[in-house]
Write a new protein. Sequence first.
Length: 151
Amino acid sequence: MKISLGTDHAGFLIKNKVINFLQSLGHEVVDYGTNSAESCDYPDFAYKVALDVSSNKSQKGVLICGTGIGMAISANKVPNIRAGVCWSKETAQLISLHNDANIICVGARFASFEDICDWIKIFLETKFEERHSKRINKIIQIEKDFCTNNK
């Protein structure tokens, strides 16, 4: 699977280890940075990853910032994106199982590298349960209505 990945300065310290982990699982990784621990703006990286996923250049995305929240808010502004914040094995499973998330967002300041890798693996391996399609279709319709009405 092709996965786009982005981090801000808070996620930078584990970025290369996460890339290596994903590659060890057989995934191709597109790295959108950041490339240093210098303070930077998370929306820049969230946008690049979300564009890749939205346009199907990548099948999934991984975003890492301090909390995961800012990345999720930013990514969810891009059409066709369902970015979910994850803080446990259960949420990693549920964002895929119930929400059909295509981007996982995690907080490097609140989790160990090992936990983050576990969550990403669960997220990638969990398949969406079709019984939740009605709800996802409503989300998609809200997005279509908003985009159509605001052109």
